[in-house]
Every structure is written in structure tokens, then in C-alpha cells.
Design a protein around this ligand. Structure first.
Ligand code: ZN
Length: 235
């Protein structure tokens, strides 16, 4: 009987849902570092053109739907204690049926937007529905920023320490669709393995943690994850 399962997910799990991988080896930002450099807090706050590009990109993904891998992880909750730690901001785990409080969003979420001046928070869908190319705060006219971690911003420390606790408590730790080259993703794998978890890595490309893993799976994520979840549900 397998106990607690920790699952770390990166961009690779959402590419089958039509959301491009931004930071991976062939990611949008990797191929165009200039574009990445724009998505810092400073540029977002001061450059309307950066914000227009951002909102345009976001609008392209508003109808993204979860795929078989997201659904399989949501189903696994029926038989196992599953906690998801995601680097993604797309909300697809929750859309697939994972319990929201069991999904930890390391890089924040696109689901909500808050005003950088008065802190008023609203649903991003409502902001997009206004159809404006650079929407401003309806209360104070300030710059609106989705609740995500931009380049140059720190990750929330409470979220990070909770993620560490989950990694330590996991008996099985699965890293899916993450290159495992940036922290905290990389560090979480190391913590889980050091604390005795069985480490399973599902990723198209090699990662620096493959040698540490008990199992490395290279088949496409939308096939590999449902098969793996069925296997875990059965033991
Ligand atoms: Zn405001």
C-alpha cells in the first residue's frame, strides 16, 4: 500500500493542452531571451507595451482545457493521498478536478489579478472580459498584475516551506514535465529523495536528477501519467 504521493508538475504537463513551454530547452523564453527580459516586475509596472503583450498572450490560453495527465492525477485522489506542487500558473489541475487546497501553486496563478497600487483583487476572467488591451484597476486606475511570480520576484516563503514539508512527507515523489534545472523544483526532488521517497521522473528530456531517480519515464506525458497513476492506484 503506497501512502502519500507528492507530485511536482512543470510546463511539460500542459503543452498537450496547447500552452507553450516558456522556460524549457525549446521554450518561448529560451529561444527569445529578450522577450523573457520584458516580463519582469519593473517592465510590467512601467511599460504599457509589455502589459499589452502579456494580456494578448494570456487571452490566447483562456480556453485551455486539462488533458489526460491532469485528469489522471485528479482521479488518483480518490484512492491515494495526493499533493500537487506545480510550477504552472494555468489552473489546469483544479479544472481537471484536483481539490484546490491540495494543489500548491509555486509560481502563483493566472486565475486572479490584483492592483499593484490598492491591492484590490479580482478574477482574471472578469478583467479579460472587459476586452481592453491594457486594463487598469477600476477603483484607483493602478496597474493590474495577475497573481503570478514574474522574473525578478521572489517566491512566497510560506508556500516554499509547505512545499518542502510535502516533499519530506512523500513516500512516492513524481516529477512530471519539469527540466528540474531551476529551484525550487530541483531542490524539492533532492529533499524527497534524501527523505527516502521513491523518486519517479517523467520528462521527455534528461534531467540532472535522473541518476537519483528510481524510475525515469520518457514516453509522452499524456500517455505515461495515466499509466503510472493506474499502477499507483493498484498498490
Ligand atoms: Zn487599484
Amino acid at each position: 500500500m503506497t501512502g502519500r504521493i507528492g507530485v511536482l508538475t512543470g510546463a511539460g504537463i500542459s503543452t498537450d493542452s496547447g500552452i507553450p513551454d516558456y522556460r524549457g530547452p525549446s521554450g518561448v523564453w529560451t529561444r527569445d531571451p529578450e522577450l523573457a527580459a520584458l516580463f519582469t516586475r519593473k517592465h510590467f509596472a512601467n511599460d504599457a507595451e509589455v502589459r499589452r503583450r502579456f494580456w494578448r498572450t494570456l487571452d490566447l490560453h483562456r480556453d485551455a482545457r486539462p488533458n489526460a495527465a491532469h485528469r489522471a492525477l485528479a482521479d488518483l485522489e480518490k484512492t491515494k493521498a495526493v499533493r500537487i506542487l506545480t510550477q504552472n500558473v494555468d489552473g489546469l489541475h483544479q479544472k481537471a478536478g484536483s481539490t484546490p487546497r491540495k494543489v500548491l501553486e509555486l509560481h502563483g496563478t493566472l486565475a486572479t489579478t490584483s492592483c499593484t497600487r490598492c491591492r484590490a483583487t479580482s478574477a482574471t476572467a472578469d478583467v479579460l472580459a472587459r476586452g481592453e488591451d491594457d486594463p487598469a484597476c477600476p477603483s484607483c486606475g493602478g496597474v493590474l498584475q495577475p497573481s503570478i511570480v514574474l522574473f525578478g520576484q521572489y517566491l512566497d516563503s510560506d508556500t516554499l516551506s509547505l512545499a518542502g514539508n510535502i516533499a519530506r512527507a512523500s513516500e512516492v515523489f513524481i516529477a512530471i514535465g519539469s527540466s528540474l534545472t531551476v529551484d525550487p523544483a530541483a531542490r524539492l526532488c533532492a529533499i524527497a529523495a534524501e527523505c527516502g521517497a521513491r523518486l519517479i521522473i517523467v520528462n521527455r528530456d534528461p534531467t540532472p536528477y535522473d541518476d537519483l531517480a528510481d524510475e525515469v519515464i520518457r514516453t509522452p506525458i499524456a500517455e505515461a501519467v495515466p499509466a503510472l497513476c493506474a499502477e499507483l492506484a493498484a498498490v
